[in-house]
Design a protein around this ligand. Structure first.
Ligand code: NAD
Ligand code: MG
Length: 427
């Protein structure tokens, strides 16, 4: 019997064990949400889905309710009647219906639900900040996919993690890889930290983080051709299947910029300690270099079920339903320096991290407006970095004192970006 088979026997033995972990999935109908449900479905003996949220795709959300029978579901206020009908159409009536909650208050309520142990934060964009933070403040195991919340709230977010004792586990594949490659003592949870990240890195011989990037669909596209690429071309990622917004972010390399900022906060390191490496095969998900000349990497097929399963089970390991890597089939791996002339978003994000304060929140808000405008074909692909740059230059950067203050900065950036859009959008 293989090691995997024998582990499986032990895991399924408990059947209806009462100590199954209760999980809340924020953004269950999205790409990460769906991958999370896939992993949960593989382990009904370990996990039960207690609460979910969805913003659109209500039919799919009702189907999820039919399959997993969560106790609580959140939908936008204006869609609650429509969703009730979707449930009824599937025979979920009366007591068979989950408790329905609405809007932002509903999201916060399921994120901090006392029954829930693990919260998958998989809402896209700034909308994820408050529910993710609610999960952190309630001291949950927080499986962080929503990188935007960490980009926006950075230090304040991490202070809340330390204060509440929440266990923050990175789901973004690169950060999950780095988490796996750093020494256990570096990433240990629940310990009062007396040293800064840089001091800990020095003590433990951590020299540098290498953050890998696929380079996106336009890695080999000439600069002059980037002006006319379409949203459909930009959404076609060579290796990963993802939501629309992160697909565009991957095409502009803003995703790598956001991830650079995410890594700085997660691992408490300055941006100068993180090098971005273009690796078109997306097999190595990131690396850590040590003072003795060792470089540790985490490899795997590009499937988000792997980091999701890792975060769900950590410090244990569970099957993710992902086929193992076939190195003979892959043959060779390649590495390049990112081209920040064709992809200025990466430099803009690095600059925002250097500027500090509210700059990353401003850049994030500007990017969200720019991506939405590009998807509506109001601006061209190369106007995405232009809009971010314009916001960073025009909106005053402040030191945020509170989450409310960050949300104010987010609104200021969006307001300026909308003005910029009116002046520059296609007629
Ligand atoms: P997606 O667009 O596929 O799904 C987003 C989810 O959020 C959906 O369930 C949607 O209904 C919900 N949602 C959207 N707007 C909302 C709002 N205003 N309020 C409440 N809910 C809302 O996105 P995704 O690709 O799954 O990405 C989710 C997050 O995970 C993003 O922050 C992304 O950067 C991060 N991430 C994704 C991947 C990936 O492979 N998809 C990888 C790493 C990190
Ligand atoms: Mg990533």
């Amino acid at each position: 019997m293989s090691l995997q088979a024998s582990t499986h026997c032990v895991a399924t033995h408990s059947g209806t064990a009462p100590d199954r972990q209760a999980v809340c999935v924020l953004g269950a109908t999205g790409s990460i949400g769906e991958s999370t449900l896939k992993v949960l479905a593989l382990h009904p003996d370990r996990y039960r889905l207690h609460a979910v949220s969805g913003f659109s795709r209500l039919e799919r959300l009702a189907e999820i309710c039919q399959q997993f029978r969560p106790a609580r579901v959140v939908v936008p206020t204006r869609k609650i009647d429509e969703f009730r009908r979707c449930l009824a159409n599937r025979g979920l009536l009366g007591n068979d219906q989950p408790e329905l909650l609405e809007g932002d208050a509903g999201l916060v309520s399921i994120a901090e639900d006392p029954t829930v142990q693990s919260v998958m934060a998989a809402i896209v964009g700034a909308a994820g900040l408050l529910p993710t933070l609610a999960a952190v403040r309630a001291g949950k195991r927080v499986l962080l996919a929503n990188k935007e919340s960490l980009v926006m709230a950075g230090s304040l977010f991490m202070q809340e993690v330390s204060r509440s004792g929440a266990v923050l586990l990175p789901v973004d594949s690169e950060h999950n890889a780095i988490f796996q490659c750093l020494p256990e003592r570096y990433v240990a949870h629940g310990q009062a930290r007396t040293q800064t990240g840089l001091e800990r890195a020095k003590t433990l011989g951590v020299e540098r983080i290498l953050l890998t990037a696929s380079g996106g669909p336009f890695r080999c596209t000439r600069a002059e051709d980037l002006h006319t690429v379409t949203p459909a071309q930009a959404c076609k990622h060579p290796n990963w299947s993802m939501g629309q917004k992160i697909s565009i972010d991957s095409a502009t390399l803003m995703n790598k910029g956001l991830e650079l900022i995410e890594a700085c906060h997660l691992f408490d390191l300055p941006e100068s300690a993180i090098t971005v490496v273009v690796h078109p095969e997306s097999i190595i998900h990131s690396l850590v270099q040590y003072s003795d000349g060792s470089t540790l990497a985490q490899l795997g097929n590009p499937d988000m079920c792997t980091p999701i399963a890792h975060a769900l089970a950590w410090p244990e390991r569970i099957a993710a339903g992902v086929s193992p890597l076939d190195l003979f089939q892959i043959g060779s791996l390649h590495f390049e320096i990112p081209d920040t002339t064709r992809f200025p978003c990466l430099s803009l994000a690095r600059q925002a991290m250097q500027q500090g304060g509210s700059a990353p929140a401003l850049a994030n808000a500007a990017n969200e407006i720019a991506v939405a405008s590009f998807l509506k074909q109001q601006i061209g692909f190369m106007q995405i970095p232009q809009m971010i740059d314009a916001v960073l230059q025009a909106v005053e950067i402040v030191k945020p004192e509170s989450i409310a203050h960050i949300l104010e900065q987010d609104v200021r950036a969006r307001t300026f970006a909308q003005h910029w859009l009116q002046k520059h959008k296609a007629p």
